[in-house]
Design a protein around this ligand. Sequence first.
Ligand SMILES: [Zn+2]
Length: 294
Amino acid sequence: MRGRVLIAVVLGVPLAVVTAAAILFAMAYAAPAHAPSSVIRVALPSTRGEVGLPKIQGPADASRPLVVIDAGHGGHDPGASGQRGEKEKALTLALALSLREALLADGRVRVALTRDEDRFLALEERSGIARRLKADLFVSIHADASESPDATGATVYTLSDRGSDAVADAVAKRENKADTVNGVELGGKSDAVTAILVSLSQREMRERSKAFGALVLREGQAAVRFHKDPEREAAFVVLKSLDLPSALIEAGYISSPDDARALSSPEWRRGFAKAVASAIEIYLARTNLVAAAP
Ligand SMILES: [Zn+2]
């Protein structure tokens, strides 16, 4: 018995080695010539052209300015949570729906929502929708969260290359986590001239975005309680690739019981929506007048 086992081992081991070598050889040479072995291809969810464009609502006149409202998070990404189980993704959707309602009631501008249900959208898909629809303004709605129970109130963020402070950086980091992989900038901007043009255009858009942010603060004074430092800049991926004025509004702190209660109240949301709608309408009316001037 022992002799047979030994023979089997003696014959079997080299056989296994040869088989393994043959398999490895086949794997190496069966690969297509254009795929060098040093390149690792990872299938990422496509962000281009896959998402259907949302319906544009409001006046039928296509020359009316268009605002795209983006309810933050959604689907498998719940965003931040409140102490009583409030979910940011649900509050942002409710706020976006209220805002659409307010804008449609006024009938001055056209509106589209990146999502009107509980579904996931990658950050680039959100700004991609605004770009593909040739929107005049992009407004992303979120709810803030903080370890500190004292943190309350709304904040309007516009894009900067770097955050305006450590807090802004932390908020941007948290909101950007939703899709870090897709959030990595597209790259390939090696041409120095292109870089300068892009930077000039972005500076212009940053100024316009700030002008819109200032209007949100002004129009929201009565209905919205703002954070003590309500106007900030941060590096939000969702605003990054946009060549149009844009802002991210953190409507309040979901981590603060007072704010979470307000955010959960349809009445409070109507007040918020009215104020932001008014800021949107004034901003778009102004920029349209500027564009129409000779
Ligand atoms: Zn958020």
